[in-house]
Design a protein around this ligand. Structure first.
Ligand code: SF4
Ligand code: SF4
Length: 73
């Protein structure tokens, strides 16, 4: 069974540490060129169609920035 995922990213809470990016198996996420109000490059989805909703990124993030929603496709 295949799954499609999407993320809700609290960009203001993101510190731009990149730890979550290394945990994504599909290269879905990357740091934005823009910064949040604290001056950190924040996380964004660069290949949203490739997200499988595995939630690795959300588990790895030390700051609870990422919520994952997963649907069967
Ligand atoms: S849920 Fe999984 S596939 Fe989707 S961005 Fe996070 S680590 Fe990558
Ligand atoms: S979402 Fe979390 S783990 Fe990913 S860059 Fe932001 S603070 Fe770091």
């Amino acid at each position: 069974m295949a799954f499609k995922g999407t993320l809700v990213i609290d960009t203001e809470k993101c510190k731009g540490c990149s730890v979550c990016i290394t945990g994504c198996p599909n290269g879905v996420i990357a740091l934005a060129k823009k910064v949040n109000s604290k001056g950190y490059n924040y996380l964004e989805m660069v290949k949203p169609d490739d997200c499988i909703g595995c939630a690795n990124c959300a588990v790895i993030c030390p700051d609870g920035v990422i919520e994952v929603y997963r649907a069967k496709v």
